[in-house]
Design a protein around this ligand. Structure first.
Ligand SMILES: Nc1nc2c(ncn2[C@@H]2O[C@H](COP(=O)(O)OP(=O)(O)OP(=O)(O)O)[C@@H](O)[C@H]2O)c(=O)[nH]1
Ligand SMILES: [Mg+2]
Length: 188
């Protein structure tokens, strides 16, 4: 399915109202700075649709974009970002947890992992939670442009074996490399 239109609908500091109209969700989660917002901009081909930043902690609320008037792309805050107070960080982590705890059939979760760093402990913990919650999961490995050609094959094999039997795509939001393949996997 092609993305024909994408419009920002709202930013929400809580999950209130986030599921109210029952349209399907495709939500992006991952470590702070891994490129969730950049991925949304690459997929929709709208620069600046989701706010990005080179400093971690850019996305602080649940941001919803209506796509093709049919479903939402959901940009979530990142986890693992420590700057600022621990209390603030916990608020963001609780928001992610609250979002994930919602039982909603029409929800896909795209877990973004950094190709160079590989899955961190936090990534693997979140993945276990998603599995336990029975979520529909796609693993999206971003920033492949940061790998040397000689590293790509081994890093792909390593990450694939670390995350287990999930749908997985390697891509670069920045270079728009394999972004089509990512969307194809999400749409399956
Ligand atoms: N080299 C490279 N950099 C990327 C890629 N995708 C995103 N970035 C950069 O990574 C940084 C973080 O991108 P964001 O999209 O803001 O990351 P985020 O996951 O939304 O971050 P938070 O909202 O803070 O959780 C920015 O400087 C992007 O330009 C990529 O494919 N390759
Ligand atoms: Mg963001």
């Amino acid at each position: 399915m092609e993305i024909k239109s994408a419009v920002f609908i709202k930013s929400s500091p809580t999950t209130n109202g986030v599921f109210e109209d029952a349209l399907p969700h495709v939500a992006f989660i991952g470590r702070s700075n891994v490129g969730k917002s950049s991925t949304i901009n690459a997929l929709t081909k709208i620069k600046g649709l989701a706010k990005t930043s080179s400093a971690p902690g850019a996305t602080k609320q649940i941001n919803m974009f209506l796509v093709n008037n049919k479903f939402y792309i959901v940009d979530l805050p990142g986890y693992g970002f420590v700057k600022g107070s621990v209390a603030k960080r916990d608020v963001l982590h609780n928001l992610i947890e609250e979002y994930l705890s919602f039982v909603f059939e029409e929800q896909k979760i795209v877990l973004i992992i950094d190709a160079k760093v590989g899955p961190t402990k936090d990534d693997l913990d979140i993945l276990s939670s998603l599995e336990r919650l029975g979520k529909n999961i796609v693993i999206a490995v971003n920033k492949i442009d940061k790998l040397k050609n000689s590293e790509i094959k081994t890093q792909k094999q390593k990450i694939s074996s670390q995350v287990g039997p999930h749908k997985i795509v390697f891509y670069s939001a920045e270079k728009s490399d394999s972004v089509k393949e990512l969307w194809a996997k999400i749409s399956e």
